[in-house]
Every structure is written in C-alpha cells, then in structure tokens.
Design a protein around this ligand. Structure first.
Ligand SMILES: *[C@@H]1O[C@H](CO)[C@@H](O)[C@H](O)[C@H]1NC(C)=O
Ligand SMILES: *[C@@H]1O[C@H](CO)[C@@H](O)[C@H](O)[C@H]1NC(C)=O
Ligand SMILES: *[C@@H]1O[C@H](CO)[C@@H](O)[C@H](O)[C@H]1NC(C)=O
Ligand SMILES: [Zn+2]
Ligand SMILES: [Zn+2]
Length: 447
C-alpha cells in the first residue's frame, strides 16, 4: 500500500487542514477553503489502479462465499485481516459477527460510516467466474460491494490518519436482510459518543457517477404479521356442522384492504399486503384453521403504530363475525422509518457536489422498501443514500434480490470516496467549540 501521492501534487494535506481550522473560528464555512478539493482527491485515489483492483478483489472473494445474517464469520474474518494489514484497530465481536474499526485521534468528534455484510438465501443464476460457490446463498443486494467500499474508505482514510481532526468509526454490521443486525449493534453501544452516521446502498437504476437521495423520510417502516384463524373442521358437503375458517380468513383479508383505502390519509403512503394464505389440503374437507400473514409499511411512526393496532383488531374482530377465533403475532423487530436528517442533507449536497458536480446529485421519491439503517437514525442523526451503477454500455442491471443481480464494479471507487469524504469533512466541520479557559458553563445559567 504505497503513498497515494497527492502531497506532492497538492499543497499538502496537513497544511490544508491547518488552513481550514484557521478559517473556522471566523465562522467561515470550509467551502471557502481548499476543503472543497478533498472529495475529488479521494475519488482520484479510489480510482487509482492499486486501490480499485484491491477493492474489486475483496468484493469478489466475498461474493464467492456469501453468508446469511449473523453467520458472516468468514466475511468478518476477511475484513479483520484487511484491517490488520492496514494497521487499523477494531472492536470485535459485536452482535456475533459485527465489528467497528477506528481511524484518527481516538478523541471526539466521532463520525461513523457503515456497511452491511449479509447475503440472501437464494440461488445465483448468473454464470460468471466469481459466481457464488454456496448453493442457495447469494449476494443479490450488493452488500459484498458495500463491504469493499467501506474497506476502500478505510484505506483512503488510513493514509491520512495523521491529519484527521477526530475519529472515524468503520461500522461493519451483520444481518441487514430482515435480521435487524443494526439494532443489535446499537444495543452493544457502538453509537456512544458518535455524532452522525452515513450509509450507502448501490442502485441499479441511477447512472454510474451519480447519487440519489432526499431529505426526510426515505425508506418505509416495515412490520410483518402472522395470524392463525381457527374454526371447526369437517366435511365440505356439510358446512353447517363446521365453522369455516377459509371463508372467515377471506373476509379478514378483504377487511384488511380497507385500512389503507378508507382509514389512511391518501397523501400518507402506506401498504398492507397479505402475502401468505395457508389452509386446507383435501378438496372435500373444511380445515380446522387457516394461517395468513403479510407485511405493513408506512412513513411515520404514528401511521405505522396505527396500522399495527388496526391489523390486530380487524383480524380478531372480523374472524369473530364468522364465529372463528384469531391470534395475531408480529415479528420483532419492526424496522423503523429511515429518515434523512435535514442538516446532514445540506452537508451531503455540499460534499457530493464537490466530488461529482451538483448535476450528479439527484433527488428521489421515498421507497416502500425498508433498511435496518433506520435503527441508527433513531439514536443519532443518520444519512442514507444510493450510489448509481447503471452504465448502458455494460448491458442491463437487475434490481436487488434478483437471481441475476450484478454489481458494476466501477461503483466501488465512488462508494469508497464518498464514505471517506463525508467522514473527513464531517470532522472538519464539527470541531468542538473553542471554549475559554475560564469556566464557560456559567453562561448557561441565563438560559
Ligand atoms: C373461541 O374461543 C372461545 C373461548 O376460549 C371458545 O369457547 C370457542 O370454542 C372458540 N371457538 C373456536 C371456533 O375455536
Ligand atoms: C461505462 O462502461 C464503459 C465500458 O466498460 C466504460 O468505457 C465507461 O467508462 C463507463 N462509463 C462510466 C461513466 O464509468
Ligand atoms: C464549571 O461550573 C460548573 C457549574 O457552574 C461546575 O459544576 C464545574 O465544576 C465548573 N468546572 C470548572 C472546571 O471550574
Ligand atoms: Zn436487500
Ligand atoms: Zn441491501
């Protein structure tokens, strides 16, 4: 790992940061200084053959050996080996396979950048040299690329560790796909002292070299429910001797459709989907019970809580109408709404534009998909965005969770440079207030 070599071509990182810090007390934004150069320089370094090829190799190794949520033992080992190589200390294990690396002064401010490590329980159908070697498991969401990007950022930041004005926490978490690994990381205390956290997801729709994002609610809150509707089974030809749970469940499902169409504000997007219906087998038997289940989504805590409460009521009460009993179970944890902090959005627009040009930062509609990044955002200001992979000259890219999902590896330098730039610029722009040596907390007495 050689020097990235901008010291020679540029005015020098240390001088640059000193310059920024001198400007800071005068209330100047770092924008007026050469801090604007940082993101472009990082991108240049990330695109260098050395760094890029290394990230590609890391990503392919992870792609070949996909591991499901909380089972990312080899992935975690690979990450630790790379961090060891770079001389970056880390805390491990957290939430079974997770880890957090640290670069910088070891002192505040602390800023976190995050990657998820888990794969999906599905068979890869794309034939290529680095296809998944584990039958029935695949990195079909790009989390292999997310890990490579964060390691890439670690490499860029470690080169500049002497000049960092605080500490960057590299968060590698398990089990994003439904397991709520982020919640376990939060419970392990990884956000203590951390002021802000950034997360990236690859996007098959956004062109390479662009990002898409929005302030405020970005991804929906997500819950799953399952209900057993019990009646009394019997002969299909003698319905009056039975209590038919199939008809009861059917009415329950129709009633659930009215929660969004009749009770939700049309301008407040929500979804209730029944995706599971299991009951009966024989064509001449009415079964004892039926199991139904599904998902519900909303963009505010209030709407989400309301939906949850009404789903339970509608299922139990509607089942009663048909003389059945119902029990409803909700799968924990619920994924909260992913909300992008407004101040971090302004900050992101600055940093992103400095790297890619403002024309490459595109606004997007909220998505009904969910992300467990939201667990971090519940604790501290968080910011999540999508980095584009689409390049028409490289053919069609499939959406996440497709068995033909493919990562455009040209995206790796962008992700790495964005992570590193956001971290460095965040620390620069969030230096602790200069307090006078005299006890300044006295001034708070007036409040
Ligand atoms: C429903 O529950 C009540 C009270 O436990 C019980 O008396 C009744 O038999 C149950 N009905 C069915 C269809 O299971
Ligand atoms: C798109 O892909 C082509 C072919 O690999 C490549 O030459 C070009 O540089 C790519 N465009 C961008 C913006 O990366
Ligand atoms: C500053 O003032 C606060 C309350 O006025 C006091 O509790 C604290 O000990 C003081 N600290 C120093 C360093 O004097
Ligand atoms: Zn996914
Ligand atoms: Zn994902």
């Amino acid at each position: 790992m050689g020097s990235l070599g901008w010291e020679r071509s540029f005015m020098g990182w240390g001088v640059l940061l000193a310059f920024v810090l001198i400007l800071k007390p005068a209330g100047a934004s770092t924008h007026e200084s050469s801090a604007v150069e940082i993101p472009r320089k990082f991108l240049e370094d990330a695109k260098s053959k050395e760094v890029r090829d290394w990230m590609v190799a890391v990503r392919r190794r992870i792609h070949e050996n996909p591991e499901l949520g909380f089972e990312e033992f080899e992935t975690s080992k690979l990450i630790r080996a790379e961090l060891d190589d770079m001389g970056i200390p880390y805390r491990h294990p957290i939430a079974t396979t997770g880890l957090v690396g640290f670069i910088g002064t070891g002192k505040p401010p602390f800023v976190a950048i995050r990657a998820d490590m888990d794969a999906l329980p599905m068979q890869e159908l794309l034939e290529w040299e680095h296809k998944s070697r584990i039958p029935g498991k695949m990195h079909a969401c790009g989390h292999d690329a997310h890990v490579a990007m964060l390691l890439g950022a670690a490499k860029l930041l470690q080169q500049k560790r002497e000049t960092l004005q605080g500490t960057v926490a590299l968060v590698f978490q398990p089990a994003e796909e439904g397991g709520g690994g982020a919640k376990k990381m939060v419970e392990a205390g990884i956000l203590e002292n951390v002021e802000a956290i950034f997360g990236i997801h690859v996007s098959f729709q956004a062109p390479i070299g662009t990002v898409t994002t929005r302030p405020g609610p970005l991804l929906a809150g997500n819950g799953f429910f399952e209900a057993v509707i019990s009646g009394k089974g019997g002969h299909a030809a003698i319905p009056h001797h039975t209590i038919d749970p199939i008809v009861a469940a059917s009415n329950v499902i129709l009633s659930l459709q009215h929660l969004v169409s009749r009770e939700a504000d049309p301008l407040d997007s929500q979804v209730v989907t029944v995706s599971k219906f299991n009951g009966g087998g024989a064509l001449n038997v009415i079964p004892d019970s039926v199991t139904i289940g599904g998902t519900f989504r909303a963009f505010s805590k209030e709407s989400f809580t309301h939906l949850k409460q009404r789903i339970e009521q509608v299922i139990t009460l509607q089942a009663k109408v048909q003389r059945c009993n119902a029990t409803v179970n909700f799968k924990e944890p619920f994924f909260p709404v992913t909300v992008n902090n407004e101040d971090l959005h302004k900050f992101f627009l600055d940093v992103g534009s400095d790297m890619l040009g403002s024309e490459s930062i595109n606004s997007m509609q909220p998505l009904m998909g969910a992300e467990d990044f939201s667990f971090y955002g519940e604790e501290i200001p968080g910011y999540f965005f999508f980095v584009g992979m689409k390049n028409e000259t490289q053919g069609q890219f499939q959406p996440g969770h497709s068995p033909y999902f493919r990562v455009n590896e040209d995206v790796l330098p962008y992700g790495a440079a964005l992570h590193a730039s956001l971290a460095v610029r965040y620390l620069l722009e969030h230096q602790p207030e200069v307090t006078s040596p005299v006890n300044s907390s006295n001034s708070h007495d007036e409040l």
